[in-house]
Ligand binder design. Structure first.
Ligand code: AMP
Length: 190
């Protein structure tokens, strides 16, 4: 299995690019944010538990993530791999993912980061707020999500660089241009 992590700050285009990459390589797209939003919409026990946290732009506690991810991965068959979008977001999650993949005789294949300037990202997220009405896309919450990204998530860059698994692409440009650049790197790492 090819296990690809699409990395980058909120608003860097991970969701959009994951859909394209998943389609091209027959990977299962796993977005933990999408899973949480669906749980909230369906008012499940988990949804009710995480709703307030997500609306503030904080991270859902690490303990809740790995089982959720394992269940999500188990729902797919006849795929060439996975693309993880929005996971891992902390060092603990990255380590839990390694353990989970090891138990399946597998490992993280590549971490691909979308690099976008912070003000550009904030602009994009505010636009998305108007279009999609996501409750965590208000300016105050966006700024908090950026802060959370810098403090809790960006340390993962070094974690994966040390393993020689980290690559980045410029996240500005058209959707197709960015996808093309991502495909180039994935093809080189097959
Ligand atoms: P996203 O759609 O990936 O931006 O995720 C939306 C929100 O869901 C985040 O701001 C977090 O509150 C929560 N979330 C998604 N993935 C994770 C994760 N891996 N760890 C903790 N919280 C998460």
């Amino acid at each position: 299995m090819y296990n690809l992590i699409l990395f980058g700050p909120p608003g860097s285009g991970k969701g959009t690019q994951s859909v394209n990459v998943a389609k091209k390589y027959n990977f299962a797209h796993i977005s933990t944010g999408d899973i949480f939003r669906s749980e909230i919409k369906n008012k499940t026990e988990l949804g009710l538990k995480v709703q307030g946290i997500i609306e503030k732009g904080e991270l859902v506690p690490d303990e809740l993530l790995i089982e959720l991810l394992d269940n999500a991965m188990g729902k797919f068959s006849n795929i060439n791999g996975f693309i993880f979008d929005g996971f891992p977001r902390t060092l603990r999650q990255a380590k839990d993912l390694d353990v989970l993949l090891e138990s399946k005789n597998d490992k993280v294949s590549l971490v691909l980061a979308l690099e976008v300037d912070q003000e550009e990202v904030i602009k994009r997220l505010l636009k998305r707020a108007q279009l999609q009405g996501r409750k965590d896309d208000t300016e105050e919450v966006i700024r908090n999500r950026m802060k959370v990204y810098h403090t809790q998530t960006s340390p993962l860059i070094d974690f994966y660089k040390k393993q020689g698994k980290f690559e980045s692409v410029c996240g500005s440009g058209t959707i197709d241009e960015i996808s093309y650049n991502l495909y180039g790197i994935i093809d080189r790492h097959q």
